[in-house]
Every structure is written in structure tokens, then in C-alpha cells.
Write a protein that binds this ligand. Structure first.
Ligand code: MOS
Length: 685
């Protein structure tokens, strides 16, 4: 038995001793360094870049801008369609502050940066719009990638017949993925083959985009991402570091390394868009939901279409007679948004689960009971059966461990010295599934197995988990398995994203193992599996992971300071491959949710449109001192239809935590917080 056993990360000792290499660490001969010049205006044109003025500076190899950059194929994109964010240095337009407008290449990083700082750039500035608001005249319906706007049942009639109604708006700010490792790439030509080491969440998909952008045969591209210091979504896209490094190595004939500064990570990589979400809930006196309406407005960029499933939970978490959802997009002159830590569901759940708490308040009902009261038997919108649904177990077991039964649901009753104390809960789901992947396993002569899959490990422990998956599927000990991942030449594989890495890769590995088991002939022998067709056999179901998050918070009424004292999450994420790593993943997610609740907020200057807190001094993220005892555990769960019963634990830890904390702050103070983060000034008001 290899599954369900806690094992530390295979690469753990390497990571803590500095033995493993991240993208910017790899020694490469004859290396040159690129430094990106970003626009200081939010909209307009580049009038001039005076390259001649810096030509004589020490170490400079050259400057690439829109006049000299290699041409890229227009219309290339990814998941969300054509993406002009990828079209770097192709013309003189400036679509947002922080847009790369030139690349300096020099012998050293310091020289490149000095040249970039000295480079004279002039602009023709145009009026910009970077202020997010619901009533922006440019607002338009969002793309229906996650399903069209919904209107099931008679909302007005159900609200009118309700004994209690909540009608409130909730706001979440622009946020940044802010991985500890800034985006970095090193690219070089090996004959007619392009090699790159890049920071990303899926080398194969990045190589596919790069191949289309540069018109290069995929077989001539090799991208590796052996170790990645956190992704959180923003490393799921083909980053500016890689596109510009490829341009530079092509132009200057030397390996080129580009690392974004921390500021550039904020300026030029995908952010979580701000939202305003209007929730209307109506229920009978006994808590049965009659009506749910969820209208979300978010910002995007004219450069690329984008959407998140903000009402995902509203469509699946509770039974209600009428369910209406709508998503509206506001194009702004900012860096394009991209997926971040449970996209859609995370901001969406702050709105839904805060509103559910308000509904419980109005009904005078226990918030756990209210949720249990509305457990659906089939998908409330789809009518489909649930593949597996263990939310009730999460709520009940979580409540038991947290000591929820002793809670008085009335607010502002608990005091400890000058502090107000409260507790809150949120229920959560996150969509589950798998995407096509390939894997190969070689049965070696010495009785060991080499597993090859284009998976990536962005710090989650995927490498370790997949070793256990392969051992389980092969019926051998883990020490008989060697795994090789994170290389685009290993074949098509889904990225570490969408909480679908482990399910997608497990499927391919178990399939290859099944083929190998029937082999009795000569060794070595390699079996290769491609799950593209198998996935079509997966029954259409409501397929989600679930959790219940409980929080205890203290509020200092004199300062408005909120501290989270206790967090407990119970999770139903299918079969748990490695409890140690899975717990680490969901605890990390809960810390992200706590950070969202209390700290994270990217602010733009109203006049210039530029980010004003694009660094870790100004953009606050939960630090050790902010993080309380966190308990996270798993209820028994098994996903039918997916090999080994796995379901996905990547993002769900993030999803409910902010609402649970905000609900605890209401319970402590009696004052509802509908805007994140719960800053001191907001709590004081
Ligand atoms: Mo994730 S936000 O699907 O990388």
C-alpha cells in the first residue's frame, strides 16, 4: 500500500540545503542578462526610446523594442482565447502601466538594470480608465466560458414569499499571486532547438503557446520547470520573462536570463481582478432557501478575454427554488487578470458565504444548521447527480472538533479583557475533474520502474505524490519507482492548475501501469498511455471537492485590529494520496484565505493608474505572526470514476476561509464586514 501514507517531499532535503535549482539558479555558460523596461503610463503610445543614448554604457549588448523585436504570430492565446498580453514589443501602443516596452540585454544583471534605468523613454499619453466600479459605462456581459447567465425559477415571487431576505453587495480587491519565487526564464539555442528553463505551472502547455507565438515546431522546443517556488495561477500563463528571453537569445546569439523584480511581478503578471458581488437570498422561517441571486462584476483588460466562475458555489452548494446568476465584465487599462488561488470560487464564496451568515442572523438560526437544512439531493441547477458529496460530513465533523455546539449565535457576547471574540463558519466547494495527459512507464531490467510524465511540482509535493501513485498502480514499493517530470518533451500533460493536476496525472500513470502489468516479455519495456479518449468515458456529474472552514477571531475595538486565533478546516477531496502533503496544501490554502481576509489589497493610484503598493512592504501577506494554530483534516471520501478515487485538493483550502473569518468578525462585533480585506479602518467604522 503506497496511498494514504505520509511521506516527506522527495526533494525536501535538496530544497532546505540549497541543492535544488530554481529557474534563475541553473548555471549556463556564456550567459547574458535581460532587464525589462516597463511603461510608466497607463495608456497611450511610446513616442521614442533613445537607444543611442545608452549604447556606450558598460556591458550593454543591445536593447530590443517594438521596432526591432522578432515578429510574433498574432491571435495566439490559451484557455481564454486570443491573448494580446503575449504580443510583447509588437507595436508602440501602451495598454497598461507596467507593460514591457523594451528589453535591455547586458553582460550582467546589474549592468542591464543600470542601462534600463538610464534609458530615455517618451510617451504620447492618452486618458486612461483604471478605476473599477459597477457603473462603469464600458461594462458588458462576461464571456460564458463557465456557463451562461442563469435564471431558474421566479426570483421575485420566491423573494416575496420569503420570511427573511438578504440583499447586500460584497467587494473584493485586486490581488496578486505573489509567489515567493519571482518569474524567471533562461533561454538559449542548441543548434536549431530552443531550450528554456522557466518558472511555470506546466511546461507542455507553455511550450505549446511558445511554439505558436514564434512559429516554431513544438518538436524543436524544450522547456523545463524542475522546481518552482509557488505558482498560485499567475505562472499558468506564458510569462513575459520567457517570451522576451526567447526574443533576446534569438537576437544576440547567447543564452539570456530574465528575472522579474518583485515590482515587475505586480506590474506585469496576472492579478486577481477586483469584484463587486450583489447577493440576494430569500428563505422560509425554517431556513429553507427559496431564492438565490448572485450578480458578479469584475475587471478585465481589452487585451484578452477572461472570466472566472464567481457564482460556481451558488449553482451547486445549496438547494433553492429560484437561482439567478450573472457575470459582468468591466474592461480597464490594467494588466490583464488571470487565475489566482481558486479563481471564481474564492471571491464568489466570500459573497455567498457571508450572505448565508447574514441570512442565519436574520432567521435567528445557527449557521451550520442553515447550511445542513439546504443540502441538495441533485445539482440544484444541472439536475445531475453528485459524483460524491461529503459536505455534510465536513460540517458535522468540523463543528464537533471546533466545539461549535457551545456557541451562542448572538453577536458581541464574548469578551476577553478588551478584546471581542467571535466564531464563524463557511461551507465550500471547488470543481473537480481531469484533463488529458500522457505518461510512460519503463519496466527496467533491474526491477525498478521509470515513470515519465510532463507534470509539474510548484511546491505542492506532486513529485512525491505521483511516485506513490505509480507504486500503488504497479503494486511495488515506492523505492522501486523513479519519477521524471517538469519537461515539455515528456509529452502532453495538464498543468498544475485548476485543482486538476493530481487527478489528470494519476489517470495517465495508472493507465500506463495497467498496460505494463500485462507485459511478460523482455525488459526494458515501456508502456505509454494517453487519457484523452478515456476522459470522454467519465460520466457527466456534479463533481466537486468540499470543505467546511471554522474560524475564531478576536477584534480590538480600540484599534480595529483583527487576529485570527483558530482555524479549522474539514475537507472532502476524494482519496488522499499523501496525508502529510495534502494537509500542507490545504493549510497553505487556508493561510492564503486568511491573508485575503485580513491583508491582501493591490491599490492603484487614481491619477496615474499605477500600482502604488507593488512590493511586499506595501502589499501585505500573512506572515508567521498572523497565523494561528491551524487544524486541517480529511473526511473519508472516494471519487467514483476517477482512478484510485482521487478528486483534487489544490485550491479548495483557499476558498471558504475569508468568509469564515469575516463571519467570525461579525460574531465578535455585531458589525458586518462586506469589503475585503478587513482593514483596521474598515473594522473601526
Ligand atoms: Mo490555479 S489559480 O488553477 O493555478
Amino acid at each position: 500500500m503506497s496511498l494514504g501514507v505520509s511521506r516527506p517531499r522527495i526533494e525536501g532535503p535538496g530544497k532546505v540545503t540549497g541543492g535544488v535549482r530554481y529557474a534563475a539558479d541553473e548555471p549556463v555558460k556564456n550567459l547574458a542578462f535581460g532587464y525589462i523596461v516597463t511603461s510608466t503610463i497607463s495608456r497611450g503610445r511610446v513616442a521614442d526610446i533613445d537607444i543611442a543614448a545608452v549604447q556606450g554604457m558598460p556591458g550593454v549588448l543591445g536593447v530590443i523594442d517594438h521596432r526591432t523585436a522578432p515578429r510574433l504570430t498574432p491571435g495566439v492565446g490559451s484557455y481564454f482565447g486570443p491573448d494580446d498580453a503575449l504580443q510583447l514589443l509588437q507595436d508602440d501602443t501602451v495598454p497598461h502601466a507596467g507593460r514591457p516596452i523594451a528589453l535591455v540585454v547586458a553582460e550582467t544583471l546589474e549592468q542591464a538594470r543600470a542601462v534600463a534605468d538610464a534609458l530615455p523613454v517618451s510617451y504620447v499619453e492618452e486618458p486612461h480608465n483604471t478605476l473599477f466600479s459597477e457603473d462603469n459605462p464600458a461594462a458588458r456581459p462576461a464571456t460564458p466560458l463557465y456557463g451562461p447567465d442563469l435564471a431558474i425559477g421566479d426570483l421575485a415571487a420566491e423573494l416575496a414569499a420569503s420570511a427573511a431576505v438578504v440583499d447586500e453587495a460584497y467587494s473584493t480587491p485586486e490581488e496578486n499571486c505573489a509567489a515567493m519565487e519571482p518569474h524567471s526564464a533562461t533561454a538559449w539555442w542548441d543548434g536549431d532547438r530552443l531550450e528554456a528553463i522557466d518558472t511555470n505551472q506546466g511546461p507542455f502547455s507553455i511550450a505549446t503557446v511558445l511554439s505558436a507565438l514564434f512559429g516554431l515546431d513544438l518538436a524543436r522546443i524544450r522547456i523545463r520547470a524542475e522546481h518552482v517556488g509557488g505558482g498560485f495561477g499567475a505562472k499558468g500563463m506564458c510569462g513575459p520573462q520567457l517570451i522576451l528571453a526567447v526574443m533576446a537569445t534569438t537576437k544576440f546569439g547567447r543564452p539570456v536570463r530574465i528575472s522579474l523584480t518583485r515590482q515587475q511581478v505586480f506590474l506585469a503578471t496576472g492579478m486577481r481582478p477586483p469584484t463587486v458581488q450583489r447577493m440576494r437570498l430569500g428563505a422560509d422561517a425554517d431556513g429553507r432557501l427559496r431564492a438565490m441571486q448572485h450578480e458578479a462584476t469584475f475587471s478585465l483588460s481589452p487585451l484578452a478575454d477572461y472570466v472566472e466562475g464567481f457564482p460556481e458555489l451558488t449553482k451547486t452548494l445549496y438547494a433553492a427554488t429560484a437561482i439567478h446568476t450573472k457575470i459582468t465584465a468591466v474592461p480597464l487599462d490594467t494588466v490583464p487578470p488571470f487565475s489566482m488561488r481558486g479563481p471564481g470560487a474564492t471571491p464568489g464564496s466570500f459573497a455567498l458565504e457571508s450572505a448565508m451568515d447574514e441570512l442565519a442572523e436574520r432567521l435567528g438560526m445557527d449557521p451550520v444548521r442553515l447550511r445542513l437544512r439546504n443540502e441538495p439531493s441533485v445539482g440544484p441547477v444541472s439536475g445531475l447527480p453528485f459524483s460524491s458529496r461529503n459536505l455534510v460530513a465536513c460540517l458535522e465533523e468540523g463543528a464537533r472538533r471546533f466545539g461549535w455546539a457551545a456557541r451562542d449565535h448572538r453577536p458581541r457576547l464574548r469578551r476577553e479583557g478588551r478584546l471581542l471574540v467571535g466564531t464563524g463558519v463557511a461551507a465550500t466547494s471547488f470543481s473537480a475533474g481531469a484533463f488529458p495527459s500522457t505518461a510512460s512507464i519503463t519496466a527496467e531490467v533491474d526491477g525498478t520502474f521509470s515513470v515519465v510524465i510532463g507534470a509539474s511540482d510548484i511546491g505542492t509535493g506532486a513529485r512525491t505524490a505521483l511516485t506513490a501513485v505509480a507504486a500503488e498502480a504497479l503494486g511495488v514499493d515506492v523505492d522501486k519507482v523513479r519519477i521524471h517530470i517538469a519537461d515539455s518533451t515528456l509529452g502532453p500533460a495538464w498543468s498544475a492548475g485548476g485543482s486538476r493536476g493530481t487527478t489528470s496525472w494519476t489517470w495517465a500513470i495508472t493507465e500506463a501501469a495497467a498496460q505494463l502489468r500485462g507485459h511478460t516479455g523482455e525488459l526494458p519495456f515501456t508502456a505509454t498511455a494517453d487519457t484523452a479518449q478515456l476522459l470522454e468515458l467519465l460520466a457527466t456529474r456534479e463533481r466537486h471537492s468540499y470543505s467546511a472552514v471554522f474560524a475564531e477571531a478576536t477584534v480590538d475595538p480600540a484599534t480595529g485590529e483583527v487576529r485570527v486565533r483558530r482555524l479549522l478546516g474539514m475537507f472532502a477531496v476524494g482519496r488522499v494520496v499523501n496525508p502529510l502533503l495534502a494537509r500542507s496544501q490545504v493549510v497553505g490554502g487556508m493561510i492564503g484565505g486568511l491573508s485575503m481576509a485580513l491583508h491582501e489589497e493591490a491599490v492603484r493610484d487614481r491619477r496615474t493608474g499605477r500600482p502604488v503598493n507593488a512590493d511586499f512592504a506595501g502589499y501585505h501577506i500573512a506572515a508567521h505572526a498572523d497565523i494561528p494554530d491551524i487544524e486541517a483534516d480529511f473526511v473519508d471520501d472516494h471519487e467514483p470514476g476517477i482512478p484510485l478515487g482521487v478528486k483534487g485538493a489544490g485550491e479548495i483550502g483557499n476558498v471558504g476561509t475569508a468568509a469564515a473569518v469575516a463571519n467570525a468578525v461579525w460574531h465578535a462585533t455585531g458589525i458586518r464586514q462586506r469589503t475585503l480585506p478587513l482593514r483596521l479602518d474598515r473594522v473601526l467604522e
